[in-house]
Design a binder for this molecule. Structure first.
Ligand SMILES: Nc1ncnc2c1ncn2[C@@H]1O[C@H](COP(=O)(O)OP(=O)(O)OP(=O)(O)O)[C@@H](O)[C@H]1O
Length: 328
């Protein structure tokens, strides 16, 4: 029997269209997430991680052309109209954004916002039952006094508590896929670890497939699962986080890891990648990383390498590492 994965993304591309100007931001991204599994999208600012995540949910409306295929539990999302998508969002696929403040209505109590989401998706019909369920959900996301928090306005809560409330809303309809877009970036360091722990616990309990966007290698290492490294709108490397982050195959991933501060290293002695990523709309021909790559060959500047298997469960988009493997 074939198992249908909760999320299957094939050759995803996103092109923003504004005043006849077309800007391709995401290019040919493919990955699959199984039930209870995690995929981390890791990369520098502007590499296209958030746009990939939001394109999967079709959040750009007519401002972007989305190509390829996005299958949610086998159902293709890219051809669906907005009313069908609205029913699917928050129900089968939910988003935890970076900034919990922007995700909540400042003028309404947390409990009533949660109860409304439950009602919209038909989880509860009776108002009192919806409020009771809202309090249960707040308890499930580790809020110690759910009754008080349900009666509070967003500004009365700390950032961490607000993010817990947003997570409660996201998981309220038992989605098969949870997309978390830099869910801890806006929070204090001590709270960040608690929120990651909460997401891992909920994932285990509810069996959700999780797609997490992060620019933080530490977050990717802590959360585990699989990691997809993005550069200039493409996936350049993918594999289990423990392997990719300890033994990277793509020169960009290696450079990204080398640029991290290590305990005891003198400031200024850090190795980092020379130059800057290309701006969107001006991706160079061939491999977009070639102009910054220490291992680039002449062919790299005109041949754009596909993401191919380089070892068991590992893939990289670099002919140099592929050739090394053949030789080895
Ligand atoms: N609505 C939009 N219209 C046009 N361009 C956009 C839009 N949203 C994002 N972009 C551009 O797409 C590129 C990729 O953005 P994206 O937000 O995916 O980057 P990222 O890798 O998630 O980094 P960050 O952590 O900074 O958000 C950026 O250059 C950004 O300016």
């Amino acid at each position: 029997m074939t198992v249908i994965p909760p999320l299957e993304v094939r050759d995803l591309s996103t092109t923003f269209v504004a005043r006849r100007r077309r800007t391709e931001v995401v290019r040919g991204v493919s990955f699959t997430i199984g039930r209870g599994e995690t995929m981390m999208l890791l990369g520098e600012s502007g590499s296209g991680k958030s746009v990939t995540a939001r394109s999967i949910m079709r959040l750009y409306g007519s401002s972007a052309e989305i190509g390829g295929s996005v299958r949610l539990a086998g159902q293709e999302l890219l051809g669906l109209g907005e009313p069908r998508l609205r029913a699917i969002r928050g129900n089968q696929i939910a988003l935890v954004p970076q900034d919990p403040t922007g995700a909540l209505d400042p003028l309404r109590r947390i409990g009533s916002q949660l109860a409304e989401v439950l009602a919209v998706h038909g989880v509860e019909g009776v108002k009192t039952a919806a409020h009771r369920r809202a309090e249960e959900l707040l308890a499930m996301v580790g809020i110690p006094d759910p009754k008080r928090v349900a009666g509070s306005y967003p500004h009365e809560l700390s950032g961490g508590m607000r993010q817990r409330a947003v997570i409660a809303i996201a998981v309220s309809c038992d989605p098969q896929v949870l997309i978390a877009d830099e869910p801890t970036t806006a929070l204090d360091v001590t709270v960040q670890a608690q929120i990651l722990e909460l997401l891992a616990r909920l994932q285990q309990r509810l069996g959700m497939a999780v797609l997490m966007v992060t620019h933080d290698v530490g977050v990717a290492a802590d959360f585990g699962g699989r990691v997809g490294v993005m550069y200039a709108g493409r996936l350049v490397e993918a594999g289990p986080a423990s392997e990719v982050l300890s033994a990277p195959r793509h020169p960009y991933t290696a450079g990204l890891l080398e640029s991290l501060p290590t305990p005891g290293a003198a400031r200024g002695a850090l190795r980092s990648i020379v130059g800057a990523p290309p701006p969107v709309g001006a991706f160079p021909a061939g491999c977009a990383f070639a102009p910054r790559c220490r291992q680039a060959r002449p062919s790299c500047t005109h041949e754009d390498p596909p993401l191919v298997a380089v070892a068991e469960d590992r893939a990289a988009a670099c002919p140099v590492v592929n050739a090394e493997r053949v030789v080895a």
